[in-house]
Design a binder for this molecule. Structure first.
Ligand code: ADP
Length: 649
């Protein structure tokens, strides 16, 4: 929907009643208005010109009926051809100038409107880029899209259209009334008799329209959220695998049905509104023409006056109509502003200190000091709609996939369920060392690796890199020093070259090739139809898992970080690409501090230290030999799990 928040059609009465009414959203406060006003302020020059044009155009629009009146009352009866000629020219010139000014006005209006959209969008996008992983795991893409599109467009109408049209209509109404009174005050009073009816009707229907517009906004957001979830590769795959096509179509059509119904309701109420306003205006026009005609017959005033009056009357009524719907439209757009502000006001849970240290040359010394970590903070302040949509369908839980931690490893261990994902984790990795993390699924290995690049902050304790608390270091320098390769590598929908350059934009072709050779992927890329210019599908889906991971490795090699965090491939890969990856990994890890979630025997054998994670704690630590001799959890894992991988290596 275009202008999600914009354009309730009509309404009236004081803003107060509109804002309370049926609305569950926060009130329109002075500080909110001030903030909205701040977005208009950069365009004050444009808005001033706009105001000036409006005044001139309103003045011009008053001229034509007067020309008409002179033409009828003087030029024709007096048979004055010169006057007739001049008046006819006037009837052409005035609308021409008016049209030109109108074009200018529209242009300036669009400049302001699009400018506000731009400002809001960029501010939103910037804010979202600073949000933590926690935010993204708790927010649906569809919801964010809806804020970035519908609400931003809805919000700008407050600045560029609603206020401008309210001023236009106000100026028009006052000017027309002044002229009307000066022409014939009695007729003017008669034409105002219908005012109370007018206000009553616009207010009632305007409120109704506003409620519909809001429902429409949320119905659209729900439909979008559902599309976002099921029309991407992951969702589509799930739908197919579970044979849920029909159910999804049903679910979608129920959302789309709401959108359809509300669209019809809105059109119907809108047309009712127009019909009623037209009817009331007709009452006015009929009264004025009847009585006016009577007075002409009585020779009280001229035909020209009645004709001119008719024209003024319709512009008076259209101005009043516009004016009465302005508060509704304005408050609707302010609600959109509010939804945009809600995103802009999200607190940054991973933030940089003002005097954050920039780490340039890192040795790669890592200390985890009494680290405990809990995913649920309890004080999350995410977008208001997230939970509402989040609870709707069971597919959400399935898609988020976190429930799905059962695999064969689980059989030989106890449940990993607990409130703290990590508790009291302590270890020290010296520069250049390789640390292997092993442990049952759900033990907290991934979580542990997420803390290092500060994707999450520990709930208690601190993490030091070369003696600096991560929280004191600039986020960019953490990103620059740590390279992370996850199991499910993400590639942008773009060429392989662009994906690689993401790590180092200045890399030359030979650097790219060198990195790809080191990652054992160069030959593969070379044989592709477009070589390095081959576009990889959304999320790199046209590549196999192993190929994607090797491209991701090449990307990290180009970045050349001091610290490497790896989630080693599980046995889901075929042994050939497995071997290629293992070989590449060895090369990549050389000379860097590496923390690896290990699934291969060769990795744990090469590790300087193995940390056995269980239920969020480090249960055992040492080298392969030491741990085997201990005969505990590690020995158990070794016999049931790692030994199996021996043959493949
Ligand atoms: P591992 O990598 O060892 O399999 P994880 O670190 O992925 O284990 O998970 C550790 C625990 O944290 C699990 O119980 C898991 O359910 C939980 N967990 C993981 N991610 C989240 C999240 N985003 N929100 C809440 N809990 C999570």
């Amino acid at each position: 929907m275009h202008g999600g928040g914009g354009g309730g059609g009509g309404g009236g009465g004081p803003m107060r009643s509109l804002v309370h009414g049926t609305d569950e959203k926060p009130k329109i406060t002075r500080s909110l208005l001030k903030r909205v006003f701040a977005y208009a302020w950069p365009y004050r020059g444009h808005l001033a010109i706009l105001l000036f044009l409006i005044l001139v155009m309103t003045g011009l629009n008053l001229v034509n009926p007067l020309i008409m009146r002179t033409l009828i009352d003087r030029a024709i009866p007096e048979k004055n051809l010169t006057l007739l000629l001049w008046l006819s020219i006037g009837l052409l010139v005035v609308p021409t100038i008016s049209a030109l000014l109108h074009v200018m006005q529209r242009r300036i209006n669009a400049t302001v409107g699009e400018g506000v959209i731009f400002d809001l969008r960029v501010a939103l996008y910037d804010r979202l880029q600073h949000m933590s992983l926690r935010f993204f795991t708790n927010t649906r893409v569809g919801e964010l899209m809806s804020r970035m599109n519908n609400d931003v467009i809805g919000a700008q109408t407050a600045v560029s259209s609603t206020v401008v049209s309210a001023i236009t209509h106000f100026v028009q109404a006052v000017a027309v009334l002044v002229v009307m009174f000066s022409l014939e005050w009695r007729l003017t009073l008669i034409s105002l008799v219908i005012m109370p009816l007018f206000i009553l009707a616009t207010r009632k229907l305007g409120l109704k329209l506003r409620v519909i517009a809001q429902k429409q906004m949320s119905a659209n957001a729900q439909m979008n959220a559902m599309m976002g979830e099921t029309l991407n590769i992951g969702g589509a795959l799930l739908v197919k695998l579970f044979g849920q096509k029909k159910q999804e179509v049903d679910r979608f059509s129920s959302r789309a049905r709401d959108v359809r119904q509300l669209g019809v309701d809105r059109a119907f109420t809108g047309s009712q509104f127009i019909a009623i306003v037209g009817l009331i205006s007709a009452v006015g026009t009929s009264l004025v023409s009847g009585l006016g005609g009577y007075f002409v017959i009585q020779n009280a005033f001229t035909i020209g006056t009645i004709v001119a009056f008719g024209t003024y009357l319709s512009s008076l009524y259209s101005a009043l109509q516009g004016l009465s719907s302005a508060p509704v439209e304005f408050s609707t757009s302010v609600v959109s502003f509010e939804r945009v502000f809600e995103v802009l006001d999200l607190s940054l849970d991973i933030d940089e200190k003002p005097q954050a240290v920039v780490l340039n040359d890192v040795k790669g010394d890592i200390v985890f000091e009494d680290i405990s970590f809990q995913y649920e903070k309890g004080d999350e302040r995410f977008l208001s709609d997230v939970h509402r949509y989040g609870s709707i369908d069971s597919v959400t839980a399935v898609l988020s996939g976190k429930e799905d931690v059962h695999d064969d490893e689980e059989e030989e261990t106890h449940s990993q369920a607990r409130s703290y994902a990590l508790s009291d984790v302590n270890f020290h990795v010296f520069p250049g060392q390789l640390v292997a993390l092993v442990g049952p699924s759900g033990a907290g290995k991934t979580t542990l690796t997420y803390l290092l690049p500060r994707l999450y902050d520990p709930t208690r304790g601190r993490i030091l890199i070369d003696g600096h608390d991560l929280r004191d270091v600039s986020l960019d320098s953490i990103a620059a020093q740590i390279g992370m390769v996850t199991q499910e590598a993400t590639l942008f929908h773009d060429t392989i070259r662009t994906n690689l350059l993401y790590a180092k934009s200045s890399a030359t072709q030979s650097e790219l090739e060198e990195a790809c050779r080191a990652a054992n992927i160069h030959d593969f890329i070379h044989d592709l139809p477009d070589g390095y210019d081959t576009v990889v599908g959304e999320r790199g889906y046209r590549l196999s898992g192993g190929e994607k991971q090797r491209i991701a490795l090449a990307r990290v090699i180009l970045k050349d970080p001091r610290i490497l965090v790896l989630d080693e491939a599980t046995s889901s890969l075929d042994s050939e690409s497995e071997a290629l990856i293992q070989e590449a990994l060895k090369r990549v890890m050389r000379g860097r501090t590496s923390i690896v979630i290990a699934h291969r025997l060769s990795t744990i054998l090469a590790a300087d230290m193995i940390l056995v994670v269980d239920r969020g704690q480090i249960a055992e630590r040492g080298t392969h030999k030491e741990l085997l001799a201990l005969g505990g959890l590690y020995a158990n894992l070794y016999h049931t799990q790692f030994k199996k991988t021996e043959k493949a290596e």
